[in-house]
Design a protein around this ligand. Structure first.
Ligand SMILES: Cc1cc2nc3c(=O)[nH]c(=O)nc-3n(C[C@H](O)[C@H](O)[C@H](O)COP(=O)(O)OP(=O)(O)OC[C@H]3O[C@@H](n4cnc5c(N)ncnc54)[C@H](O)[C@@H]3O)c2cc1C
Length: 488
């Protein structure tokens, strides 16, 4: 039996839960982990795959957000920097320090003073000094193709992760404390019955409608929050990234540049042996439940900036290995420029239901702590201080889920272990396996299909598929992959 089947069986026992968490992104997983660590009886339901939403499509930065200082959002930056520092300490294997350069086109005293001030505040929040200056003579060797008409760059440190890997790690840590989590389980109805709620969900695999009872509900559904609470004014913003081959864009560390037209900040970062470049930030009006794809205009916008800052790299459509796009829900204050809308989180309470929107990958545990405190209040229980937790290597060995991201995994793993990990890791479709349990979908030109075909027999036997089912899933995967490619 797979972990998913075991969990469905357990849910059918009819327990009364302390809390149901709706949404299996980083926010929902973080909240599940906190509540489970505190000894509550909790379950998480995700309509698609874990991290399928924004939490697999972010810019991968664990950061304070230097630009928020310029916007005057000091508290948001402060909390995010503090969370970054905590994560860097306790989750070293998932989150790494990342040096950034901000190239200077304008060498005026005023500009230099502004950067020095911003970076000093940033470093002050972190209680460490990282800010420095690098002249163009040195910068050229760190960024081979950079526009050499610049003067030099200010440098500082932030951090980088793999958003899916982090989400799965946090989710699996929660499971260690005895809670339950189900992917492909869409919450379709909430009914209040006396002092508890009936949460009705559809098992998207069997088509069965199931219900569970809970004393409280947390809606951590990100951009989908409006479906559960229409009083929240949410603006849906789409952001897209390009994945480039490292050889085409050899960079020693990350670089923050401004788009030549609208002066929005963009990031170019080394990631997983590749280079990520993004993001765009535009209003999104389409269906949230289908895959999101970069538009022609977004691609042109990003390529224009690359051509301006790295003209010698000559990046064109054909250079791009893959792309990914995500939608975030932010508090709508009707700003003309979407990038000026706050990235802070929103928390609303109605009876025993908590609704969360906005926030950042970086601040997932900050939000989780706030929610956990509220839940204990709603349940009339005394909060339990459970500390922060640490990256658990033991967990990696037992479930193996996080190991699937390692480059050597597919070539070096023993068959028996591969099969165990597949059964443990809630893989339902091939995009779960190739886009969110590994990153082959983004980093291989063929999306990892060749790698998969070598393990076809093993995948089929582990997931209980016959040839017909495998072929159907492969067709589905190739269809999904089109959303991650420019030419799809
Ligand atoms: C382009 C872009 C770049 C970003 N870059 C960064 C960055 O570099 N650093 C950073 O800190 N933050 C970044 N962010 C923000 C960060 O990605 C988000 O704040 C974070 O991922 C939100 O996580 P979440 O769990 O709240 O939402 P999601 O990850 O979207 O999770 C919500 C989940 O709820 C599920 N759901 C919806 N309806 C239902 C239902 N009826 N039943 C069950 N489940 C349901 C969805 O399927 C979804 O998986 C970025 C965001 C974007 C869009």
């Amino acid at each position: 039996m797979s972990s998913r089947e075991i969990f469905i069986k357990k849910l059918k026992r009819g327990d009364l839960f302390d809390a149901v968490v709706v949404g299996g992104g980083i926010t929902g997983s973080g909240i599940l982990r906190r509540l489970a660590m505190s000894g509550l009886n909790v379950v998480l339901l995700e309509q698609k795959d874990f991290a399928w939403g924004t939490s697999s499509r972010s810019g991968k930065l664990v950061h304070g957000g230097l630009r928020y200082i310029k916007q005057g959002q000091l508290l948001l930056t402060y909390h995010a920097v503090r969370e970054r520092e905590k994560l860097l300490k306790d989750y070293r294997k998932l989150i790494s320090p990342l040096k950034f350069a901000i190239p200077l086109e304008d060498n005026s005293r005023a500009k230099r003073m502004a950067y020095r001030f911003g970076l000093s505040v940033y470093d002050l929040f972190a209680m460490k000094k990282t800010a420095d200056y690098t002249p163009i003579s040195e910068l050229i060797s760190d960024f081979k193709f950079i526009n050499d008409s610049i003067f030099g760059a200010y440098t500082f440190f932030d951090a980088v992760t793999d958003d899916v890997k982090l989400t799965l790690q946090i989710l699996f840590e929660a499971l260690k404390y005895g809670c339950l989590a189900l992917n492909y389980s869409k919450v379709v109805e909430i009914n209040k019955i006396h002092s508890y709620y009936e949460v009705v969900f559809k098992d998207e695999i069997s088509g069965e409608r199931l219900s569970i009872s809970s004393r409280s509900i947390v809606f951590a559904t990100g951009a989908w929050i409006g479906e559960f609470n229409s009083s929240l004014s949410i603006r849906k913003l789409k952001g897209s990234h390009l994945v480039l081959p490292f050889e085409k864009m050899p960079i020693r560390y990350a670089c923050a540049v401004f788009h030549p037209e609208d002066k929005r900040p963009l990031y170019i970062i080394p990631w997983n042996g590749f280079v990520l470049f993004g993001t765009t930030d535009i209003d999104y009006k389409e269906n949230l439940n289908s895959e999101v794809k970069i538009s022609k205009e977004e691609t042109e916008y990003l390529l224009e900036a690359l051509d301006y800052w790295f003209p010698k790299a000559k990046i064109v459509n054909d250079s791009v290995v893959s792309t990914f796009s995500g939608v975030r829900g932010v508090l709508n204050t009707h700003k003309k420029d979407p990038s000026k809308e706050t990235r802070d989180y929103i928390l609303k309470v109605k009876e025993n239901m908590i609704f969360i929107a906005g926030g950042k990958l970086t601040t997932f545990d900050y939000i989780s702590r706030k929610v956990s405190k509220k839940i204990f209040g709603l349940l009339n229980k005394n909060p339990v201080d459970v500390g922060f937790g640490k990256f658990d290597d033991y967990l990696k060995k037992v479930t193996g889920v996080v190991s699937m991201f390692d480059k050597l995994f597919w070539s070096s793993i023993e068959d028996k272990r591969f099969s165990e990990i597949l059964k443990n890791s809630f893989v339902v479709h091939l995009d779960d396996l190739l886009i969110r349990r590994s990153r082959l979908g983004l980093t291989s030109p063929d999306g990892g299909v060749e790698c998969l075909e070598k393990k076809k027999g093993l995948v089929m036997s582990s997931l209980g598929w016959n040839v017909e089912k495998y072929n159907k899933e492969l067709r589905r995967y190739k269809d999904v992959l089109r959303y991650y490619r420019l030419d799809g």
